[in-house]
Write a protein that binds this ligand. Structure first.
Ligand code: C2E
Ligand code: MG
Ligand code: MG
Length: 532
């Protein structure tokens, strides 16, 4: 049966739990949100009782503190961390500093606790910069002298000291001024619910205070991209929280930093446009205004483990699709399912290319969309895709789109026509061309180009074909005269003419086209072999 241990049980089972490692350490990574690099981790104590299941720190820590048993527990955690760091160093993986929490009651016997930490560290031979000590504001309440001397001692020894849960408790500026910590942690989860103006002001003032004290801030309890972006926009780049990773086992953390060395560390961060303060998710930000008003039809989507998830599209995107869909219904769609399977593969390989090169790329895909208003429709979308940011295995992309269905269809129709025309031409031995009366340029059909080896445009028509013998000398003047007549307004000309050096009889025709002023500007010529 899973249940909380009673106070008595906590006390009586502690030693056994430590010995059997039912008490153990979880590691929660801290990352630099701008570079996606793991910059550290926090060691968090865990207790899994074999009979009563998981026990929460919030339940057993106060009991252990009250009983003066937390020291023992914290030294155990510290030793586990040293042993982990030693393992990392021995294995040659990328070692990041790990912070260990200590309780105020750890100092109940004075500075001897710090000496105990040092003894363990030395026994494992861990450089001091691979370990950090986290204290809370509560630490300093009552008995400031002892805390200050502990802090001094830790600093003397070279430890980085972190102020946990900064801004939540009892800190008067006075205490903060004296407690010279090196890093501050700000816990987002203390601002419950949505971030609003009020929480924005709180965060801002805390961060301003940290800046004023010249101390970096780690945002803790970061659960959403909005929170991370917001903190980043305030100049706080270090985050710890579920958004990146929940606390993980030692083995998993070891794997994570191993992977990081080989992959994530090389990630470059690309912010949206040139804007480093990524306040894109705030509806009132300049970026949102740009997204909605000043850039073309665009979408923001994530790509993770082969899945695509569209997070935002702007109004122009919806207009461009021209299917009277709203943003909510676009966001609901499984995008892979709408894309033709061959196109989907191509699209995915373009995304993978971009991930490798960070270059913007284009891709055309046919999509089958369904809207309440227009029913099922097929649209061809040309997307210009850019990578905005990378977080773990999640990639955030920006895509500007154009609906090129009409162009594609027109092109297809043209291709079909040309094909039909060619087929008809092949069957009946027909050649055709367009003659521009004012410029004297002739554009042959593809069959002329293929069979007669003509270029796509012939200038000063008909002289080159006379010269080549396609129109032999005996009909050269007549043919020149036709072109003169066309320029004078003849609308139709035809005759059977012996063409090519072989003098093969062809029925040659011209039909002219006139502009709105009645002036001739184009003529369509054709030559059909006369078959007896
Ligand atoms: P803390 O040092 O502020 O640790 C952060 C707490 O936030 C952890 O809770 C962590 O699991 C939790 N957390 C992590 N990501 C998120 C998130 O995205 N959202 C939210 N809402 N919470 C998140 P946990 O492990 O339950 O620890 C609670 C507290 O117990 C710690 O707060 C710390 O004060 C204390 N503690 C934990 N381990 C030790 C230890 O070894 N020694 C001492 N003395 N205290 C410890
Ligand atoms: Mg902590
Ligand atoms: Mg905290």
């Amino acid at each position: 049966m899973e249940r909380k241990l009673s106070e008595k049980e906590i006390i009586s089972r502690l030693d056994d739990a430590l010995k059997r490692k039912n008490i153990y350490v979880s590691y929660q990574p801290q990352v630099n949100y701008s570079t996606n690099r793991i910059v550290g981790a926090e060691a968090l104590v865990r207790w899994k009782d074999p009979k009563f299941g998981i026990q929460y720190p919030a339940d057993f820590i106060p009991v252990l503190e009250a009983q003066g048993l937390m020291q023992k527990t914290d030294l155990f955690v510290f030793e586990e961390v040293c042993s982990f760091q030693k393992h990392c160093m021995d294995e040659g993986v990328y070692v990041v500093p790990i912070s260990v929490n200590i309780s105020r009651t750890d100092l109940s016997e004075g500075l001897s606790f710090v000496d105990s930490l040092e003894k363990i560290r030395k026994a494992y031979d861990i450089p001091v910069y691979y370990l950090r000590i986290e204290i809370t504001e509560k630490f300093a309440v009552g008995g400031k002298e002892l805390v200050l001397s502990a802090l001094d001692r830790l600093h003397e020894l070279g430890y980085v000291v972190v102020m946990d849960d900064f801004g939540t408790g009892f800190s008067s500026l006075n205490i903060l001024k004296d407690l010279k910590v090196d890093i501050m942690k700000f816990d987002m989860s203390f601002l419950s619910g949505n971030m609003d103006v009020r929480s924005g002001k709180i965060i801002n003032s805390v961060i301003q205070m940290a800046k004023w004290l010249n101390t970096p801030v780690i945002a803790e309890g970061v659960e959403t991209i909005e929170q991370a972006d917001y903190m980043q926009s305030m100049g706080c780049y270090y985050i710890q929280g579920q958004l990146y990773k929940k606390p993980v086992s030692a083995d998993e953390f070891f794997r994570l930093i191993g992977d990081v060395k080989s992959e994530s560390l090389s990630f470059n961060y690309k912010s949206f446009g040139e804007n480093k303060d990524n306040s894109f998710w705030n509806p009132n930000s300049v970026e949102s205004l740009l997204f909605n008003r000043f850039i073309g039809p665009a979408a923001i989507f994530t790509y993770q483990k082969g899945e695509i998830n569209v997070l935002r599209v702007n109004q122009k995107y919806l207009n461009e699709l021209a299917m009277r869909m709203d943003e909510a219904s676009i966001l609901k769609i499984n995008h892979w399912e709408t894309i033709d399977s061959a196109d989907r593969e191509r699209y995915e390989s373009v995304l993978k290319d971009i991930i490798k090169t960070y270059k913007e790329e284009e891709c055309e895909t046919w999509r089958n969309l369904n809207s309440d208003c227009c029913g099922q429709d097929r649209v061809c979308i040309r997307s210009s895709i850019q990578l905005i940011s990378v977080m773990g295995d999640q990639y955030l992309f920006f895509s500007e789109i154009r609906n090129i269905t009409a162009e594609k269809e027109a092109l297809q129709q043209l291709r079909d026509n040309v094909k039909k025309f060619e087929m008809a031409g092949d069957q009946s031995n027909t050649f055709s061309w367009e003659y521009d009366i004012s410029t004297k340029e002739m554009r042959p059909c593809s069959r002329c180009m293929r069979v007669l080896n003509l270029p796509p445009v012939i200038k000063d028509y008909p002289e080159p074909v006379i010269e080549s013998g396609l129109f032999p000398a005996e009909i050269a003047d007549l043919y020149r005269d036709w072109h003169k007549k066309l320029s004078e307004g003849a609308d139709h000309l035809e005759a059977v003419l012996p063409l090519t050096p072989d003098r093969v009889p062809f029925h040659v025709r011209y039909t002219a086209e006139f502009d709105e002023n009645g002036r001739p500007y184009k003529a369509y010529g054709s030559a059909v072999q006369v078959v007896d």
